[in-house]
Design a protein around this ligand. Structure first.
Ligand SMILES: Nc1ncnc2c1ncn2[C@@H]1O[C@H](COP(=O)(O)OP(=O)(O)O)[C@@H](O)[C@H]1O
Ligand SMILES: [Mg+2]
Length: 479
């Protein structure tokens, strides 16, 4: 089931990606196609135009050769007539010059009309007429040279020369018209190529623009999708952060509650010990005193009673110490400074560590006094357990709006960043201080001692006083 959902979601993702990608590929495909079409149109147009230009060139060449051929024949005829009329050899010169060129021109034309059947056929006819015309000229010129005047006059009057000349003109005009046709066809071809290129370039440009439009639209959509995804991620992160904040707040509340319960329990135990056990021990001591006066005669009994009284006194002292530890009555009875002095002195006696104290009188709420007391208590316990110190100092300073308490030792110190997660003394201390809107700073360098410094506001907000929940103060441990 999970695999199925996974696969289908994978397929869905691929499909989505493909769908998102499709317009991009479409745009790219269009752009490539437009470029290819453009290249094709340009190339074809170029080839066609080149061919047309070549044809135009050939047609112009044909026209040129044709017109100079006709001109040469006219020149030859003029030379013939001049010579026939005058008999002067210089009048023959145009004929001689033209005669030499004419055969070359005919050969050139044959070459030009190669592969063009219609033109070749017409050229053959023209060739015949030219040959006949040249033969007629040749004959008359020979006859004039030999002084045979009647004969050349007869030949001239037969009209053969005129007819041949007319036929030459007709055939040349026909060939000229054919050349004109291919000239015009070439020009038309060039015009067509230009028009096609114009249309093709226009279309390709439009397609390119369309492809660009598709690309822009798709980029825009992708960006929008990215933004939507980003927003969704942000919402998710915010929701997670909210949850973490809420859970942290819940945990902090729970910790406060537990501390409160602990203090209440301690207070309750202290009260019970004081009221019940205290009453019992006091009653027992009174009884022992009464018995002592009655049994004054028996030294052994007196001795035993004395021992019993001492035991009872030790019990009372032990009870007082336990009560004091559970719930420092000195706080309510003697105030914070005296309680801290007692704490420090007793710690010094117990541990053998020298304790220096500089304690200024401060004005703190009961809750915050207990916080300071517990902080010093836990700090001294830690010094006794871990510090291997020879000296410790407790400083309490009054700064008007807040109070600073500092407990330092000259012991081995520790790495604050590497605290074991299972230890709760310092964490509980920080929680207590921060719940009272204060700040706790732990500074320690391995080998160079530890300093704990707490700043507490003198007047905590009402909510904080409640949170610290000072239990009802038990009466001073008495008798
Ligand atoms: N004054 C100190 N000198 C040296 N190490 C200390 C001192 N106070 C605390 N530590 C170190 O910090 C750790 C955390 O202390 P704490 O939170 O009170 O937990 P716990 O007392 O339950 O071990 C201790 O285990 C100890 O290694
Ligand atoms: Mg500790």
């Amino acid at each position: 089931m999970i695999i199925h959902t996974l696969t289908s979601s994978l397929v869905g993702q691929r499909l989505q990606r493909w769908l998102a990608f499709r317009p991009l590929t479409l745009g790219l495909g269009l752009a490539v196609m437009a470029a290819l079409v453009l290249v094709f149109i340009n190339e074809t147009g170029y080839r066609q135009s080149t061919r047309a230009l070549q044809e135009i060139g050939e047609a112009q060449g044909e026209r040129l050769v044709l017109s100079s051929l006709v001109q040469n024949i006219v020149d030859a005829e003029n030379g013939q007539l001049g010579y026939l009329l005058t008999g002067q050899p210089q009048y023959r010169e145009p004929y001689d010059a033209a005669h030499k060129q004419i055969s070359n021109q005919l050969a050139a034309l044959r070459k030009l009309y190669e592969g063009k059947p219609e033109e070749s056929a017409r050229l053959a006819t023209l060739n015949d007429h030219v040959n006949r015309k040249l033969a007629e000229i040749e004959m008359t010129v020979r006859l004039r040279e030999s002084g045979n005047d009647d004969a050349w006059k007869f030949v001239v009057t037969t009209d053969v020369g005129r007819e041949e000349m007319a036929a030459i003109r007709t055939e040349a005009a026909g060939l000229m018209a054919l050349s004109n046709q291919s000239l015009m066809a070439g020009q038309a071809q060039i015009a067509r190529s230009l028009a096609t290129a114009r249309l093709g370039i226009g279309l390709a440009a439009l397609t390119g623009l369309f492809a660009f439009y598709l690309y822009l639209r798709q980029t825009h959509r992708l960006r929008e999708a990215g933004q939507r995804q980003q927003q969704a991620l942000e919402r998710e992160r915010n929701a997670l952060e909210d949850e973490v904040r809420e859970r942290t707040a819940n945990l902090a509340e729970l910790a406060t509650h537990l501390q409160e319960v602990r203090e209440n329990e301690r207070g309750f135990l202290a009260r019970e010990l004081h009221d019940e056990l205290g009453a019992l021990l006091t009653a027992a001591k009174l009884d022992a005193a009464r018995l002592k006066s009655r049994l004054a005669s028996s030294p052994e009994a007196t001795e035993r009673l004395q021992h019993l009284t001492e035991l009872l006194n030790s019990g009372i002292a032990l009870k007082r110490r336990i009560i004091e530890d559970l719930r420092p009555s000195s706080l309510a009875n003697l105030g914070l400074v005296a309680s801290l002095e007692i704490l420090g002195r007793e710690f010094a006696e117990r541990s053998g560590i020298q304790v220096e104290m500089a304690l200024e009188p401060v004005e703190l709420s009961e809750g915050n006094q207990l916080t300071v007391y517990r902080m010093v208590q836990e700090s001294l316990t830690n010094i006794g357990k871990y510090a291997k110190a020879s000296e410790a100092t407790i400083v309490l300073q009054n700064f008007g709006s807040h109070v600073q308490v500092e407990v330092a030792d000259n012991g081995q110190g520790f790495d604050v960043r590497k605290m074991k997660p299972a230890t709760h003394g310092l964490a509980g201390m920080r929680h207590r201080v921060e719940t009272a809107h204060g700040k706790l700073n732990i500074a320690s360098t391995p080998g160079r001692g530890t300093t704990l410094r707490a700043m507490l506001p003198v007047a905590p907000p009402p909510a904080v006083a409640l949170a610290n929940g000072l239990p009802p103060t038990p009466p001073a441990p008495g008798g």
